[in-house]
Design a protein around this ligand. Structure first.
Ligand code: NAD
Length: 351
């Protein structure tokens, strides 16, 4: 296995270092090569996705990414900004399926802003389409109307095959879980998502064991807060998934706990925490590395196909939490507050 390690910006290098430590401790036959992306890519070669980084990512079996972005790049031209590097690498690698589990560890039930009885036992998998929808649809832009007023335009579009391939990912995952898929759309007002719903219904005929339900996105946003345990797998488009998965992350207490996987059709993937580069806490050794470490577990599960070691890593994280180790974002009275590096060490020790 060849893994491209792209630490990125902000807390990226700190959290990725912990994930690399965990991978090394597993003693697998894996080679890792590091390269810059985002602001680090811009600093190194004037491009948030340097050619050499993209080449390395394409030649590797998986990519382990930290996060990109810093306020100091906000004034750069749009195509030079760190986030563009991220959008481009997803598109270039054709990573159309984004898997974001929202899983609440019992030890952290009190870290959530919701009542423990609402969230304890929570285990949702959000499957978000990642390379289509209004984020990529043409036409787009800001132009001047005849009356001199400016108009901003983006286009929501999905074709059948794009919907079917992400639907398949969701149904396949549901088969390995509780066999329930909730497809989220806005079919009452948006034709693009009316088609989404039709294709999901057609696809469900191939999965008679999976129970398919549909929910409008506004209701889904509400239900995630009201009664989140009703969900098993949620599947949705790019923009709805962007918003709902961040909402779901808060059910679990901290975005610092949530891993993600972005897969192509052959299960090659990019693995990264769901959060950003957190420039406000960068370089202070206080970031939570567990989302990145849990992303390594997803890498072992989906790309390496090594379920045993995926579970070993997840259990090591659970053990470190059970022993009372907490970074600042999940710390509660009575637990043992540790920094990013020490949390990485605690997971390695638990392994
Ligand atoms: P963010 O996720 O970086 O931070 C939001 C809040 O959560 C901050 O208070 C931060 O300190 C905290 N936080 C995030 N990760 C944490 C961790 N592991 N441990 C402890 N606390 C953590 O989002 P933001 O502040 O909106 O954006 C900051 C930068 O990150 C921006 O440049 C943005 O564009 C970029 N960003 C990148 C990604 C990505 O690389 N995938 C995703 C979102 C935002």
């Amino acid at each position: 296995m060849k893994i491209a390690v792209l630490p990125g910006d902000g807390i990226g290098p700190e959290i990725v270092a912990q994930a690399v430590k965990v991978l090394n401790a597993l003693n697998l036959d894996i080679s890792m090569t590091e390269a810059p992306i985002g602001g680090a890519g811009y600093e190194a070669s004037g491009d948030p996705l340097p050619d050499a980084t993209l080449k390395l990512a394409k030649e590797s079996d998986a990519v382990l990414l930290g996060a990109v972005g810093d306020w100091k790049y906000d004034k750069l031209e749009r195509h030079l900004r760190p986030e563009r590097g991220l959008l481009r690498i997803r598109k270039e690698l054709n990573l159309f399926a984004n898997l974001r589990p929202a899983l609440l560890y019992p030890e952290l039930a009190s870290a959530s802003t919701l009542k423990p009885e609402v969230v304890s036992g929570l285990d949702i998998m959000i499957v978000r389409e990642l390379t289509g929808d209004i984020y990529f649809g043409q036409p787009r832009g800001i132009s001047k109307l005849e009356n001199g007023e400016r108009e901003g335009v983006n286009t929501m579009r999905y074709n059948e095959s794009e919907i079917r391939r992400i639907g398949r990912v969701a149904f396949d995952i549901a088969m390995k879980r509780n066999k329930k898929v909730c497809s989220v759309d806005k079919a009452n007002v948006l034709e693009a998502t009316e088609l989404w719903r039709q294709v999901m219904i057609e696809l469900s005929a191939e999965y008679p064991d999976v129970e398919l339900s549909h929910m409008y996105v506004d209701n889904a946003a509400m239900q995630l807060i009201r009664a989140p345990k009703q969900f098993d797998v949620m599947v949705t488009g790019n923009i709805f998934g962007d918003i709902l998965s961040d909402e779901a992350s808060m059910l679990t207490g901290s975005i610092g706990m949530l891993p993600s996987a972005s897969l192509d059709e052959n299960n090659k993937g990019m693995y990264e925490p769901s959060h950003g580069s957190a420039p406000d806490i960068a370089g202070k050794d206080i970031a939570n590395p567990l989302a990145t470490i849990l992303s390594v577990a997803m890498m072992l599960r989906y790309t390496v196909n090594d379920e045993a070691n995926a579970q070993r890593v997840e259990n090591a994280v659970k053990n470190a939490l059970a022993q009372g180790y907490r970074t600042a974002d999940i710390w509660t009275e009575g637990s043992n507050k540790v920094g990013c590096n020490a949390m990485g060490d605690a997971v390695v020790a638990a392994l």
